[in-house]
Design a protein around this ligand. Sequence first.
Ligand code: ATP
Ligand code: MG
Length: 576
Amino acid sequence: MSNFACIFSNKLNTKMEIENNSVDKTAGKAKNFIYELIDKDYESNRWNGNVHTRFPPEPNGYLHIGHAKSICLNYGIARDYNGKFNLRFDDTNPEKEEQEYVDSIIEDVRWLGANFDDRILYASDYFEQMYKWAVELIKKGLAYVCDLNGDQIRETRGTLTESGKESPFRNRSVEENLDLFERMRKGEFENGSKTLRAKIDMASPNFNMRDPIMYRIVHAEHHRQGNNWCIYPTYDWAHGNEDSIEGITHSICTLEFENHRPLYDWFLDSLGVYHPQQIEFARLNLTFTVMSKRKLLQLVKENYVDGWDDPRMPTISGYRRRGYTPESMRNFAEIIGVAKRDALTDISLLEFAIRDDLNKHAKRAMAVLNPLKVVITNYEIEEELEAVNNPEDAEAGTRKVPFTKEIFIEESDFMENPPKGYHRLVPGGEVRLRYAYIIKCEEVIKNDEGKVIELRCSYDPETKSGSGTSTKKVKGVIHWVSAKQAINAEVRLYDRLFTVENPGTDDDWLSKINPNSLQIINDAKIEPSLKNSKPLDKFQFERLGYFSVDTKYTTAEKLVFNRTVTLKDSWGKQNK
Ligand code: ATP
Ligand code: MG
């Protein structure tokens, strides 16, 4: 069974269908319906051979893995068609937006490897143009100033079966609208006292076409515009304008905007300006993960996690801190593909992608998380033994690890009363120490409470790895660290942040937080070659998983490691 097939067979029981798009690679491009559509545009020369996409985040939070999917898709299209890709901030909502978010988004998009050249663009830079276009729509009799407040507008919108009611202000003269709209801009009116609305059709079966709001009055300081503006465009009005101004060809967004497309088209057609094509795709949902920015913000603000880049967060910065690589995230985006139907993606696919990447690139090392002291009574010398850095990569070479009379092994690698099939160390039993010798447990030392605190072992000098003359074979091979040279380190083990598969759909989602999602080990023992490791250096600790040096808590005195991912999909197994 291939690795992929193996992953898919680990599907969890879920009501939603789990995404399983096969990747059909043609000329290096994953063919999905968007590529097919762009191919057709190419053939018909619809955009004069141009392809120009954008990623348009609102700077009201940090980016998450769903955004990564959108970035990979949009940037990947621009790359594959020799087109362009813009990073554009949809900064139209001053109350929720902050420079901190802008900075983090730029860092994350760069880190993912999406190339936007110098095109970091801001919707707020287009406010003047948008205002002029709004005036044009007023002049064409297609927009009006409405004095209904938010509640009244909602109440008069109608229902699925009933048309909405026309606003009593709908038929104001063009002159009056122009005057009021100008005064709205000047700041003469209070928040919420007036809006500019498009004059479309209060009986439209599509709610979005029932005289949607184009501008709201918000007296708030904008993180880039300061107090230049007190009217702010709505998403629907602003988004098509932004795309048009930038000469975007394909405006790719998530499915919830499908019903907004007629409005996107209506605005641009009414203005008679350059008109990109909006295309919708299914957003990414991951098992055991919440993805809504509102919920992620709550996790941060209410200290359920340790900031936006907590390694348990599904944010790009969280994954980066945990040890994920940009390649693994791009590969993940490729594996899951792009669909037209909403689905829930098994998080083990993401874990597969990072494991696969780190297996190829991470250096191996030995670390003992729960140390048990072993004294090798008949070993009196000190040696430097040769250890392989990465069996997947011949060029990674070897390193020396010190071997001495006293070593640490993992507590769980010794059992006094082992169950059947236990192949590690037992009283009187033998085990091989990785890269070293076969040892035999001669004596078990316990403290007053009966806890095993030390083992006395003998070693067989003829069993040295690589050069021993003995033909002795043992079933178990365990890792170890020489006590004398060991470095103390902190190791952080992570589990899923939620205990249920689809926490996002649960009203009581906060109660589904996994209380054991973080386990901190203060006194792990690490082999000395890791001494000068830098934040984000990545290793496979043999038999324990992939680990990355933490960026937040590592100091000159203390190394802190985050476990990026285990070696195997233990959850998949548990679910079998
Ligand atoms: P909100 O609008 O509630 O703040 P959002 O997640 O839509 O949240 P945006 O900053 O507007 O945030 O998103 C930027 C882009 O990322 C949009 O084009 C959006 O469609 C896309 N996107 C957001 N969430 C996902 C997701 N889960 N999967 C794929 N794309 C997503
Ligand atoms: Mg959005």
